[in-house]
Each structure stands twice: as C-alpha cells, then as structure tokens.
Design a protein around this ligand. Structure first.
Ligand SMILES: [Zn+2]
Length: 53
C-alpha cells in the first residue's frame, strides 16, 4: 500500500496518508490545524530505495 506524504502550508506539519491512488486525489486536511491547504511531498516509495528486489 503506497504512502503519500503531505505538508501543510499553514503550519508546516508533515503527515502521511496511506491508501490508493484515489485516496491521494482526495482533499486532505492537516491533522494538526485542520487546514486543507496542503501540498503533497515526495512519497516514501520513491524516496526510499527498494528493499526486496
Ligand atoms: Zn497544519
């Protein structure tokens, strides 16, 4: 299951959303301040080197 990382533009909080591609397209609210002004950061999948190949 892919994990998407989002960064809140308001308070700068980083949070992760686990889910499908459809989940990623949804609007996510910052768990800290509740703002929906969030930007997707680099996903953990592309940031981390593959472990099992
Ligand atoms: Zn926030």
């Amino acid at each position: 299951m892919p994990i998407y990382e989002f960064k809140c533009s308001k308070c700068g909080d980083l949070f992760e959303v686990m889910g499908s591609y459809a989940e990623r397209q949804k609007e996510h609210a910052c768990p800290k301040c509740g703002s929906t002004d969030v930007k997707q950061a680099i996903s953990l999948f592309s940031a981390a080197p593959p472990k099992s190949f």
